[in-house]
Design a protein around this ligand. Structure first.
Ligand code: GTP
Length: 604
């Protein structure tokens, strides 16, 4: 664990500061010593000056004493007295200045003793002699005085020399202290300055490394390089700042990565949705085109079976269509999980959208609800919408999505509604076309095919019989004395007889046989694949059945009727449709002329 940046900063400031303080103290001490030395020099100089003064006082006192002794003039005694008293004062002052110099004190005490001895032994004696009127100088006294003065001078010279010596020492010491102070000032403050500079450079370098690292990393990040990181140097606050930056960068990288992933996933989702919608739209367009080309409801159901599952690629579903009788609905198309429900009949009460006449939904969006009985399995989201056209309900379109795909539910419902509208429209058109077609080929009274359809059909069937080397028989049937029924019981009774006989004919023949009302009370039967013999047998059976028929008119009146039948067959009677019809008609007339209620075969 390294030192913190703040501690480094404080150390960076404290070290030069301490060095400066240390230098200051050392400088102060050196200066103080220098000051002491200077004071000492001044004292020594003052002492030398005082020693010289003492010598001067002694000389003045001697000069005054000698002047008085030689001249006898009293005026010489004044300087003598003054010098004497000032000598004492000056001596005491000098003595107080050299308390710490015992050798000098001794010299000075000795000098005073010499001065006092000079006064006592030379000066006072000579002055007294002069006062006593002795003008002749006492040579012994004079000699003694001179010796004492010389001794005094020698002593004071020693004193001055010693003081001068001390003065020189003090001056040298002062110079040395001055040099030392200079050295301290230069070395101390210089090294403190250098230390401050070095520490500042270190701290600046440390700071700039981290700050530049972070700045560069931030710049690279703004240019899109989210993986870049700042260098984490050391373990101080700057390193903590770099670590915090890197943590932030890591978070940003994670966030940017997540945002990028989300964007990509959203783009993929949108692409998928667009692709899915495009596919659905293409499939729906295909469905609409195909339905528009259908002429029959069964054709439309075939188209819906093959195309509807590709329209709803993600959803299960079923298409329920109303039966022709209009009472029930049958699941005509089913896909996905509903695939097993095909051809199951469903009552109107089993579908809530049929009951209510509007779309019905059970999903997590609308909360819980009762699932329609025709939906199996019942788990998941379900949507039923009625197929309606011109106020009629044609069926129901139902779609389902599992619970885990609820995000697609809204678009699934919209697609279901759009497809339901298209299918309704197409089915309504087909039904209308079928109805018009039926009306154009069917006889409105009996529901049998009309003569126009007969003429088209016989040609087609004959061509097929020729192609397949098969046979085809034509029976012309005419009710006997039908005019009488009309006349006797009314036209509506005649109509009823026609309807009942038509029903009999329709039920008696095979599915591929055609029963047509040729006109009035005359019927034509086309029997593909039937030989002349088979046709003759069938004609006889029909004749008998009609003969046995009883038509109840509702007022306790029951009618019976007979019929005459003529037969012609391919290839027995040729391969021309009109010729076969004519031959069968001829045979019919032959049966009429033969007494009616019988079967006649065309001439071979
Ligand atoms: N009720 C009714 N009568 C029809 C219809 N079409 C034709 N008829 C009548 O059928 C009768 C046909 O009479 P005819 O051609 O004389 O033949 P017929 O009375 O059956 O006598 P034969 O054929 O010789 O046995 C006419 O009276 C027509 O008016 C129809 O749609 N309804």
């Amino acid at each position: 664990m390294g030192r913190s940046f703040v501690v480094n900063m404080l150390l960076g400031a404290a070290i030069p500061l301490c060095m400066t303080l240390g230098s200051g103290v050392a400088l102060y001490v050196a200066l103080q010593s220098s000051l002491n030395a200077s004071t000492q020099i001044l004292r020594e100089q003052a002492m030398i000056a005082a020693a010289n003064n003492l010598k001067l006082r002694f000389v003045d006192a001697e000069t005054g004493q000698r002047g008085y002794v030689i001249t006898g003039s009293e005026e010489f005694l004044l300087p003598y007295e003054q010098s004497r008293s000032s000598f004492v004062l000056l001596h005491d002052r000098v003595l107080s200045m050299i308390e710490d110099q015992p050798a000098q004190r001794e010299r000075l005490s000795e000098a005073r003793q010499l001065f006092e001895r000079w006064q006592a032994e030379a000066a006072t004696v000579s002055i007294e002699r002069r006062r006593a009127g002795l003008a002749t100088p006492d040579m012994d006294n004079f000699e003694r005085g001179k010796q004492l003065v010389d001794s005094f001078r020698l002593l004071m010279d020693e004193f001055t020399e010693a003081a001068n010596l001390r003065l020189q020492e003090e001056q040298q010491a002062s110079i040395a202290l001055g040099h030392r102070a200079n050295l301290i000032a230069i070395a101390g403050f210089g090294s403190a300055l250098l230390a401050a500079l070095v520490l500042w450079l270190l701290l600046a370098n440390r700071t700039s490394l981290t700050v530049n690292g972070i700045t560069q990393a931030a710049k690279r990040m703004t240019e899109g390089d989210w993986r870049t990181r700042a260098p984490e140097l050391g373990s101080d606050e700057l390193a903590a700042m770099a670590r915090a930056f890197n943590l932030m960068a890591e978070r940003l990288e994670t966030m940017v990565g997540a945002e990028k992933e989300a964007r990509q996933s959203l783009a993929k989702h949108v692409d998928d949705m667009v692709a899915s919608r495009t596919k659905e739209m293409l499939a729906m367009n295909h469905l609409v085109e195909m339905l528009q080309s259908c002429h029959l409801r069964d054709e439309a159901i075939q188209v819906l079976r093959s195309v509807l599952p590709s329209v709803f690629t993600n959803a299960s579903g079923a298409l329920l269509l109303r039966d022709e009788e209009g009472e029930r609905y049958t699941i005509r198309v089913a896909w996905g999980e509903q695939a097993g429900q095909v051809e199951i009949a469903v009552a109107e009460v089993d579908c809530w959208s049929l009951r209510r006449g509007k779309p019905y939904e059970v999903s997590s969006q609308v909360g819980s609800g009762v699932v329609c009985g025709h939906i199996k399995p019942q788990a998941g989201n379900h949507y039923c919408t009625p197929l309606t056209a011109h106020g009629n309900t044609l069926g129901v379109l139902h779609t389902s999505l599992p619970d885990n795909r609820h995000t697609e539910w809204e678009s699934c419902k919209q697609l279901t509604q759009a497809v339901a509208e298209q299918v309704s429209l197409s089915l309504a058109n087909i039904q209308l076309r079928e109805r018009l077609q039926q009306q154009s080929v069917r006889d409105p009274l009996t529901g049998l095919y009309n003569r126009r359809y007969l003429e088209e059909s016989i040609q087609r069937e004959l061509t097929r019989a020729k192609r397949e080397s098969s046979t085809l028989s034509v029976i012309m049937l005419d009710l006997d004395h039908f005019k009488r029924i009309n006349d006797d019981y009314g036209h509506s009774a005649g109509d009823k007889v026609l309807v009942v006989v038509s029903e009999l004919l329709r039920n008696a023949l095979r599915g591929e046989d055609l029963v047509c009302r040729f006109g009035g009370e005359e019927f034509t039967l086309i029997m593909p694949g039937a030989t002349l013999e088979v046709a003759a047998q069938r004609a006889e059976q029909l004749r008998c059945a009609i003969e046995r028929l009883t038509v109840d008119l509702g007022d306790d009146t029951a009618l019976t009727v007979t019929s005459s039948l003529g037969i012609a067959a391919y290839p027995d009677h040729g391969d021309d449709a009109q010729a076969l019809l004519d031959l069968a008609d001829d045979a019919l007339y032959k049966a009429k002329h033969a007494g009616r209620n019988q079967v006649a075969i065309a001439m071979l």
